[in-house]
Design a protein around this ligand. Structure first.
Ligand SMILES: Nc1nc2c(c(=O)[nH]1)N[C@H]1C(S)=C(S)[C@@H](COP(=O)(O)OP(=O)(O)OC[C@H]3O[C@@H](n4cnc5c(=O)[nH]c(N)nc54)[C@H](O)[C@@H]3O)O[C@H]1N2
Ligand SMILES: Nc1nc2c(c(=O)[nH]1)N[C@H]1C(S)=C(S)[C@@H](COP(=O)(O)OP(=O)(O)OC[C@H]3O[C@@H](n4cnc5c(=O)[nH]c(N)nc54)[C@H](O)[C@@H]3O)O[C@H]1N2
Ligand code: SF4
Ligand SMILES: [Mo]
Length: 795
């Protein structure tokens, strides 16, 4: 038995590794068939990135055996990346949290306690905080990796129960600027098209996205399209750093970090000047805006673009490319039969992230590179459920489920009525956004905070500052996680949760697609699904506060079995009551339908019949999107029914180049940018525990341009100090033609105190989206010693 299991795992690993590099191995070998005997395969989506690959978990005798891609899946066609292939190894990892842990003071040692005790403590502390300070004294900080059912239930108890809009999550650090961009440009959050446009595109415009490492399976699809059509399909990469993604580009525009708003404006300039825009499309569907309530004209827009001639823009960008390259890029973009733009954190994590998003959308609206096959303005989502759970499910301080805004009274009433709680129960004022929330923790204004499925101690910018409050003994912190993290180290109560495939629920990926993953194995020890934890906690809270409204919030879920019945009831309430007639209408996507639809369902999916076709591939297109039909106001083929633009037009924005909050000066002469590496997931709590992935990149390092390295006397592997006004790191150097001169780049997964780059990053935020500018700050760079052996570190 042991032999065959080993064979099986080896075989599964070889198959996935082969698929990763594009090789097919023969499947029918005798040993694998033998090893597979008795293995049941369970369908779900990948735990990690926002691509949303379909995978199957192999289980034998209740034990996870391996993971495979499925060749008929429409997202990944059987391929999975290395992280996707290995994440199942978290399931039986010896470091898993298996019992609730408690300590009264942060300096005490944790003690194992029972669930009964743990939930009593959580209810008492939140109850006390609420009694003393009302809804403003409590908070929930969640995650784009939590299941939709989890985020929905947490926010229901917080808002409907504890009368608090202090509901936030890590998508604020990630997608908030994209949300702002979609709402202000298109009137509705989330992309119009999706991945199926990739195979039909003739031009890829990839901006501030290292797709090759951060969305590897999608990158494979782009690469294949390019390699099959080398001459006709163009790839433009816009990034101040040469990344793995740049390798397939026909043109790579490198520039001083933070100057690409000028570049995007210059492309619009060329498009207008050379009349490359789609006049008919613009006339029919677009209007021009200076401010939310400030309309303007095409002529005004054109006049504004005079500030962004290719010559002027190339200079603003640092003279790192020629004006003619901008002209060529604009011509490729506008002139192709279909252009898909892809962007991620290079644009979102910026002081003017929303503006940067608007300028991307501008190019698509101007050229009509939208709504048709092979064309889309496609912001890639980082986490597997930032779209589904947080953007759609009401997981940020200013939004309610079903793409509703807190500030709109009518929309609050709809939610309150659906929940059967008194009108006025949900406060009219949005809660605290992430950085304000942790400032309130610093000040002791928040007395009890629940941190779920995220590790802010490591992932917040300028973390030295924001970690201080979490050490206060008058701030009670509950952490739900599967492993210890730097954040559980600051908690009073650590609750062990079930992992992916150990519980049931839905993830909604980048392209509006909801996919169901059903529980396939039991969680280890006494770990429990979050939905069970929240329900039990809320019942105790209701009793403690003697509050029938809190009790009402959990009533529909009482007594339900937590592996399937409970999440199903939560999903039903959310979809049937709160997405009805909203743009993310999911009423057709019941568990029963999601169970049948192997690749899930794309919303809008108002009816079962439509959901059973797979849902809506393109929003706003009559004949494809049932809401475009039912909401149609005229004979036009496109209907922009999104909630944020009552005038039902697409908005072209006049937005200027805006510099980052902190730019290099004589004292701090380098730009620092931070980001991802293919093998690790964020804080490496999961990937750092998987030997194959840890070995590949055991610690973080800093990338330095060879010219800069030479000037500073830095050689490969030397230890380098990276110091900002906020903190310092010492990391080994990788000297290579990556970052543009004057810029260094650090991977942010490392938990070691000397290599945790968020001690150095800046907490400036976009005034609209409140997303921090992780991508840019100013630092000193100095060699401290030659190569030094380092050990990986994980708490
Ligand atoms: N392997 C892996 N994959 C992941 C994740 C992971 O942790 N590991 N996390 C997921 C998540 S949540 C996210 S949000 C995504 C992030 O995915 P990406 O955004 O693609 O990844 P990053 O490395 O953060 O940053 C992308 C690029 O932004 C560039 N950049 C820096 N400054 C600027 C600038 O001023 N302008 C422009 N245009 N670009 C700039 C950087 O050089 C970098 O190459 O990845 C997802 N996928
Ligand atoms: N310097 C720098 N910092 C950044 C960024 C950057 O580009 N540069 N990017 C930002 C972005 S885009 C993001 S999205 C954030 C991400 O930052 P975080 O969300 O803090 O990082 P993760 O490591 O993804 O944290 C997820 C946690 O959930 C736990 N977990 C796994 N499965 C489960 C589960 O089923 N239930 C529960 N309860 N827990 C589980 C994991 O062990 C882990 O501790 O970081 C931000 N921080
Ligand atoms: S590309 Fe993303 S979703 Fe697909 S296997 Fe890799 S981590 Fe998972
Ligand atoms: Mo993210």
């Amino acid at each position: 038995m042991a032999q065959s299991r080993r064979d099986f795992i080896k075989r599964a690993a070889a198959l996935s590794a082969a698929s990763y590099v594009g090789i097919s191995l023969p499947i029918n070998d005798h040993n694998i068939a033998k090893a597979e005997q008795g293995v049941s395969w369970h369908r779900g989506s990948c735990r990690l990135c926002g691509v949303g690959c379909r995978v199957e978990l192999g289980v034998k005798d209740g034990v996870p055996m391996g993971l495979r891609g499925i060749s008929d899946s429409r997202t990944n066609f059987g391929f999975v990346c290395m992280k996707g292939m290995h994440f199942w190894k978290c399931m039986r990892h010896p470091d898993r949290l298996t019992m609730p842990l408690y300590r009264e003071k942060k300096s005490d040692a944790f003690k194992e306690i029972s669930w009964e005790q743990a939930l009593d403590i959580a209810a008492n502390r939140f109850g006390t905080a609420f009694r003393q300070g009302g809804g403003e004294a409590v908070a929930y900080y969640g995650s784009g990796q939590a299941l939709t059912e989890e985020t929905y239930l947490f926010q229901k108890i917080m808002r409907g129960g504890l009368q608090s809009n202090n509901v936030e999550g890590n998508p604020r650090l990630c997608m908030a600027s994209a949300v702002g961009g979609y709402l202000s440009s298109f009137g509705a959050d989330e992309p119009i098209g999706g991945y199926s446009d990739l195979e039909k595109a003739h031009c890829f415009f990839i901006v501030g996205s290292n797709t090759a490492e951060a969305h590897p399976v999608l990158f494979r699809r782009i690469m294949r399209r390019k390699l099959d059509n080398r001459e006709t399909v163009k790839v433009i990469n816009v990034d101040p750093r040469v990344s793995q993604t740049s390798r397939i580009a026909d043109m790579h525009l490198q520039f001083k970090p933070g100057t690409d708003l000028a570049l995007l404006n210059a492309m619009a300039h060329v498009i207008v000047e050379e009349k490359l825009y789609d006049e008919e499309f613009v006339k029919t569907y677009a209007t021009f805006r200076k401010g939310k309530n400030e309309k303007t004209t095409f002529d005004d827009f054109k006049a504004k673009l005079a500030d962004y001639t290719p010559e002027k823009a190339a200079k603003m960008c640092g003279d790192t490319f020629s004006p003619d390259q901008i002209r060529t890029a604009a011509r490729w973009f506008a002139g192709s039969k279909g252009t898909v733009s892809l962007w991620t954190m290079g644009l979102n994590q910026r002081k003017r992230g929303v503006w940067a998003n608007n300028l991307m959308h501008n190019l698509h609206i101007l050229t009509g590179q939208l709504l048709k096959d092979g064309a889309d303005s496609l912001s890639l989502t980082g986490q597997p459920n930032a779209c589904g759970g947080v953007r759609e499910g009401g997981g940020l301080c200013h939004i309610l489920p079903g793409h509703r805004l807190v500030v709109k009274e009518k929309l609050r009433r709809q939610v309150e009525n659906s929940w059967g709680v008194p009108e006025g129960r949900i406060p009219a004022k949005p809660g605290l956004h992430t950085m304000a929330m942790f400032s309130a923790v610093n000040e002791g204004k928040i007395k009890a905070i629940w941190i779920n499925c995220t590790s802010p101690v490591q992932s917040l910018p300028n973390c030295n500052l924001y970690n201080k409050g979490m050490e206060r003994d008058d701030v009670f912190i509950v952490c739900t996680d599967i492993f210890h993290t730097l954040t559980t180290q600051k908690a009073n109560l650590v609750l062990p949760t079930a992992f992916h495939f150990e519980k049931t629920g839905v993830y909604g990926c980048t392209e509006r697609r909801s996919q169901l993953t059903r529980k396939a194995i039991d969680p280890p020890g006494e770990a429990k699904p979050e939905v069970w934890i929240v329900r039990e906690w809320a019942s105790k809270l209701a009793a403690k506060l003697g509050d029938p409204v809190i009790a009402q919030c959990v009533k529909p879920f009482e007594g339900l079995e937590e592996g399937y019945e409970l999440p199903k009831a939560i999903w039903d309430e959310y979809t049937q009551k709160l997405t009805a007639h909203r743009d993310n209408d999911l009423r057709g996507a019941t568990y029963e339908v999601l169970g049948q639809m192997a690749d899930g369902v794309q919303w809008p999916a108002p009816t079962r019949e439509h959901a059973l076709t797979g849902g809506t591939v393109k929003k706003f297109v009559k004949g494809i999107d049932p809401m475009a039909d039912s909401e149609s106001k005229d004979d036009l083929p496109y209907q922009f029914y999104g909630p944020a633009h009552p005038d039902r037009t697409l908005w072209i924005w006049l937005r200027d180049q805006a510099d980052p909050e902190e730019v290099p000066d004589a004292e701090y002469p380098f730009y620092l940018s931070t980001g991802r590496i293919i093998d690790h997931w964020h804080t490496m709590s999961m990937t750092g525990r998987i030997p194959e992935l840890l070995r590949a990149n055991p610690y973080a390092y800093v990338e330095i341009n060879p010219d800069d390295a030479k000037k500073l006397g830095i050689g490969p592997g030397d230890m380098v100090e990276i110091k900002s006004r906020r903190g310092v790191n010492i990391l080994p150097a990788k000297v290579y033609q990556g970052p543009v001169e004057g810029m260094v780049f650090v991977y942010w997964h490392d938990q070691h105190k000397d290599r945790m780059i968020n001690k150095v990053t800046k907490d400036a935020i976009d005034p609209g989206s409140k997303e921090p500018e992780f991508k840019i700050c100013a630092v000193q760079v100095k060699r401290v010693s030659g190569p030094t052996p380092l050990k990986p570190f994980i708490v």
